[in-house]
Design a protein around this ligand. Structure first.
Ligand code: FBP
Length: 552
């Protein structure tokens, strides 16, 4: 295959490592902290995770550790949606293993967790790894969303690990996949197996973060890619002065992507799902908020603008949230019968009587395309596939109708030509930014050290991210520490808590301080494309979210 000039150049990029893992391989020693507790539901989680609950936080320090030179066999899985930098996690893990002992082996499970269940893997060699260094995508081994959940699947996973003689499995995934990693670690120990399980924090959504995991990888590159596109659209809007662009942005439940893109591009409106929920705003109130900006801008003869919409919005509008929650439970409980209905009307008639009266009424009054999208398959973790719900079209439709009403009420005379966009897949496989290239490589290398130290049930962590990489601190966080109990598929399950946008957090406050101005006055900001080569202020800037969260 012919390679692009950038791809060739990126092969030569040498990712930077934190100072606490960049000394000689036998000088990286483990430093243990105090035992930990889960963030909530401690008694339930202690009972469910008898072998892995309460382990200490760990970091690495200068010392001696011969165990880093053991011959190890490790399997790696890419799980869930693509995120820029996944290849570098694998490269960092591979380089760590080979530095420790050239006889160590890394196997890549094909197509996500199902590769472990079905024993489908390839050995990753120098040639394979070198062809994917610093590139986007998950195509090195593929990804998938299979959840390891039945007793048979757990047993098959252990069988595969035994057949390959694995010391450890590394699962690179989001909150659900790392929950799966925690369950697998516990299962292996409960079966008397020494196979270790280590997770890595991946997701463009940015919602796998907490005090110890400062960011999930891929967020940096994805938001920079979307912000470039939004900036370009803003400039087009400001040139032609005739369209209102409604841009839905990926991010699933959390609005981190939309918020970061707003901070980078200063659009007229950015809806934040978490605020909509906190203020219990109805769909009509959200629509009025947009109309207010359209009308005020029209008064200034600016019949154009940009609205950012987080893809999970519909799940946070109280009446929609109630409907989706009921649908999730009803569809899980009656799954066998529901799947028999192939057509939308049949499904609607089957489900409606099982819903509360307000939810049934709402489902019936929604535009048919939106109602249809709400009934689509859930993902294997029981989530609505919000990327497939055309919220931007729903809002365009409702804003158009409301503006017609407001022509009299508010003497609105402007023109409204809306265009809908959805940015999601465009950003998930971009060449990783220098930040993501370094961060991911460090996460992979840190995962190797955790394995060499004999740990299981941990997620690889790299902290102090707003500083340059040599000041980063690599280590590990017990997965159970990040868990609580939540309602899933109709019953309470242990899960890693999703980090949603905090309304008291600095990123939201910075946005809230400016949005009234942006809503009326054209204040667009054009960030341009990600730069890989050049001065650090152009190439190595972290996201505004990360900077603001760390008081920068
Ligand atoms: P992960 O949580 O697995 O990282 O996926 C992120 C995401 O890109 C979401 O933003 C989006 O809703 C979803 O994946 C889309 O899923 P799919 O790739 O299955 O269409």
């Amino acid at each position: 295959m012919e390679l692009s000039a950038l791809q060739k150049a990126r092969y030569g990029y040498k990712p930077k490592l934190p100072a606490n893992v960049s000394q000689g391989i036998t000088s990286i020693a483990l430093k243990q902290g105090a035992p930990t507790e889960s963030i909530a539901d401690q008694a339930d989680l202690k009972a469910l995770f008898k072998y892995t609950y309460g382990k200490p936080l760990v970091t690495f320090e200068k010392g001696t550790s011969e165990s880093n030179c053991r011959t190890l066999q490790v399997g790696v899985i890419l799980s869930g949606g693509q995120a820029p930098g996944g290849h570098n996690v694998i490269a960092g893990l591979y380089d760590g293993l080979k530095k420790g002992n050239p006889g160590s082996k890394l196997y890549g499970f094909l197509g996500g967790p199902s590769g472990l269940i079905d024993n489908k893997s390839v050995e990753l060699t120098d040639a394979v790894i070198d062809a994917y260094r610093n590139t986007g995508g998950f195509d090195i081994i593929g990804s998938g969303r299979t959840k390891i959940e039945t007793p048979e699947q757990f047993a098959a996973s252990l069988e595969t690990a035994k057949k390959l003689g694995l010391n450890a499995v590394v699962i690179i995934g989001g909150d659900d996949s790392n929950t799966n990693a925690a369950l697998l670690a516990e299962y292996f120990l409960a079966q008397g197996s020494a196979v270790q399980v280590i997770g890595c924090p991946k997701t463009i959504d940015g919602d796998l973060k907490n005090e110890h995991i400062e960011a999930s990888f891929g967020f940096d590159t994805a938001v920079k890619t979307y912000s470039e596109l939004i900036g370009n659209i803003e400039r087009d809007a400001n040139s032609a002065k005739k369209y209102w662009h409604f841009i839905k942005l990926m991010g699933r439940a959390a609005s981190h992507i939309a918020l970061e893109c707003a901070l980078q591009t200063q659009p007229n409106i950015c809806l934040i799902s978490e605020e909509v929920e906190a203020k219990k705003l109805s769909l009509a109130q959200v629509v009025d908020q947009i109309c207010d900006s359209v009308i005020k801008r029209a008064a200034n003869k600016e019949n154009f603008g940009v609205v950012l919409i987080p893809e999970g919005l519909v799940e946070f509008i109280p009446e929609m949230e109630a409907l989706i929650g009921e649908l999730n439970d009803v569809m899980a409980i009656h799954e066998q019968d529901f799947v028999k209905y192939g057509d939308f009307l049949g499904q609607l008639n089957f489900l409606s009587p099982k819903l509360s009266a307000p939810s049934a009424q709402l489902l019936m009054t929604l535009p048919p395309n939106i109602a249809k999208e709400l009934l689509m398959d859930r993902d294997p973790h029981g989530n609505v596939q919000v990327s497939r719900i055309e919220t931007e079209k729903l809002l365009i439709d409702m804003v158009e109708k409301r503006l017609t009403e407001l022509k009299q009420e508010r003497a609105y005379k402007g023109a409204f030509s809306p265009l809908g966009h959805f940015f999601g897949y465009e950003g998930r496989c971009a060449f990783p930014s220098n930040f993501d290239a370094d961060y991911c490589y460090s996460l992979g290398f840190s995962a190797f050290v955790l394995i060499a130290a004999g740990l299981t049930g941990y997620i690889s962590s790299v902290k102090n991210l707003p500083s340059p990489p040599d000041a980063w601190i690599a280590g590990g966080v017990p997965l159970t520490m990040m868990m609580n109990m939540e309602q899933r598929h109709g019953s309470k399950k242990p899960v890693i808590k999703k980090a949603l946008v905090e309304l008291e957090g600095a990123p939201f406050k910075a946005f809230a301080a400016m949005r009234d101005t942006w809503a009326v006055k054209t204040s667009f900001y054009y960030p341009g494309a990600i730069q890989y080569y050049g001065p650090p202020e152009v190439c190595d800037q972290t996201t505004k979210t990360l900077q603001l969260e760390h008081g920068k």
